[in-house]
Ligand binder design. Sequence first.
Ligand SMILES: [Zn+2]
Length: 315
Amino acid sequence: MVPIVSSASEGLPSDEDWDRVLPFQLDALGVRGRLVRLGPSLDAIIERHGYPLAVARPLAEAMVLCVALATSLKYDGIFTLQISGDGPIRLLVTDLTTDGALRGYAQFDSWKLADGYVPKLFGQGRLAFTVDQGQNTQRYQGVVPLEGATLADCAHTYFRQSEQLPTGIKLVARRDETADGNHWRASALVVQQMPEFDAGRIDVDQEQREDDWRKAVILMASATEKEMLDPALPGKTLLFRLFHAEGARLFERRAFEARCRCSRERIDRVLKSIKREELADLRDPRGLVAVKCEFCSTEYSYDESDLDRIYASAA
Ligand SMILES: [Zn+2]
């Protein structure tokens, strides 16, 4: 990664910050981190589904957590975060590809919903993520029980249990109702202790290392929800405000966008794998077989001649 000279990025409009991750490093503390901020991608995904607030907010948090976790790993493929439980929200799924395509959806029982904390929303459940790098590669998977009041608490449980380097994360998400509609913003601030040999601070003793880590966590936690979600406050300014004394170095931003990977060809393949007579149950009143993508709500419909074509090519 190439450090950005801070003067070169002066005066960037703050819009450059949204749907972006801004990596940074605190050399004085031997810590690296990331500021993730999502805006337009959340609007595209959440408003398209029309989810109630009690579902939309945890989905926004899960999506920003997905980006925060995915960007801490080196992978080439798909990172998936899945939260499932026996509460009102049965399932949240969000995934991110290496080339920046982000999507997500929720399954829930609307009659059971009560706005609140993780145990109320998800019940007993688990948070799992997988890294899929394509055929003939090992799938990497992490699973933790849903423990704690917030998704950030659940993520901390994961970091503790998985013998990762000490990691702190703060997650916030909010919907603003404005004259031109609802606008979502979500942000994650992550700090992670660097391995000793990476931090380049050979003369630092263990106690100093622990104190430096504690300091980084305290400074991270001092970021307010308002600052993290303020569209008028550039991410760069926020990081310098939090860590100016620690020699924060910023790296190049990475961009994301709401983009689904579904396609008619993929649905064709799914249908082809099902016996034609079993499709009878899927027919709508017009007699068409309709398949809806859960992620983006795009509906793919097939009439008899479409099905003839699919099943002919399967032979
Ligand atoms: Zn789709």
